[in-house]
Design a protein around this ligand. Structure first.
Ligand SMILES: Nc1ncnc2c1ncn2[C@@H]1O[C@H](COP(=O)(O)OP(=O)(O)O)[C@@H](O)[C@H]1O
Ligand SMILES: [Mg+2]
Length: 246
């Protein structure tokens, strides 16, 4: 389980990014965080990742206070962070190489992930030879290779076109169903927040405080997107955001 307890972050220049944020995500569940630009969403993820320290309150992973980066956790951003001079296979195996995993085992893990993500046959391609959606899948494969138990995602699909984005949402949902990682998804998209989040945390403009936490027990299938309850939930989130520009 991961939890924020009264988390506050004030940057050295006095900017208060988030103010007394409290929520938790049970093991194996996915929570969405949505809120206007600049309300502290990235700040929140960086605190959980152990890269930033909170000014007050605590970030907890499995009841332990986060004090630095953890091997159990992976962070994924909007820009894919792939190395242009490395092939797809080399990009995905990078973390395994750094951990000293044997070549044969690396090969097995990478092949199986590339297959899962529909990238079979592209092992020897370079990132620039792939579409944005495929590059994002390579980035996901690289992160999944390390078998994280917790996945923090910062608007990971924002730079994809609408159709590719929907397709990647389906891929991600399936990955979550297979691997049951605990996931925290930061997104600008109301539909994406509702598609993924068992719980949807709605933040106010800066300093980000929790406006509402919306339970969303019906999520979990690709068809959810087309159902009335989905539209009703999107409306609820939209109303909580209070028409604020996001
Ligand atoms: N290192 C920093 N120093 C001062 N202010 C910062 C720093 N990083 C972010 N901020 C400010 O904190 C607020 C929250 O930023 P951020 O967490 O990136 O928001 P979001 O991801 O929701 O857009 C913004 O106003 C941003 O300008
Ligand atoms: Mg951000």
């Amino acid at each position: 389980m991961i939890a924020a307890k009264e988390l506050t972050k004030i940057y050295p220049d006095g900017t208060e990014a988030v103010h007394r944020i409290t929520f938790d995500i049970p093991c194996g569940e996915c929570c969405s965080v949505i809120g206007p630009s600049g309300c502290g969403k990235t700040t929140l993820l960086l605190i959980f990742a152990g890269i930033l320290r909170p000014s007050a309150g605590k970030a907890l992973i499995n009841s332990h206070e986060v004090t630095g980066p953890s091997k159990e956790l992976a962070l994924i951003f909007q820009d894919y962070g792939l190395f242009p001079w490395k092939t797809v296979h080399e990009n995905v195996s990078l973390g395994l190489e750094l951990r000293g995993v044997q070549k044969k085992e690396q090969q097995e893990i990478v092949s199986s992930l590339l297959k899962d993500l529909g990238l079979h046959g592209f092992e020897k391609n370079y990132p620039k030879q792939l579409s944005g959606g495929m590059q994002q899948r390579v980035a996901f494969a690289r992160m999944l290779a390390l078998k994280p138990k917790i996945l923090l995602m910062d608007e990971p699909l924002s730079s994809l076109d609408a159709l590719t984005r929907e397709n990647m949402q389906n891929v991600l949902l399936q990955l979550w169903q297979q691997k049951r990682m605990t996931m925290l998804l930061v997104t600008h998209s109301i539909e994406e927040a509702v598609f993924f989040g068992q719980k949807i945390v709605v933040l106010s403009p800066r300093p980000g405080t929790i406006v509402k936490t919306i339970e969303n027990p019906q999520k979990g299938s690709i068809e959810y997107r087309t159902q009335e309850v989905f539209f009703a939930k999107c409306k609820e989130v939209r109303q909580s955001l209070d028409g604020g520009a996001i």
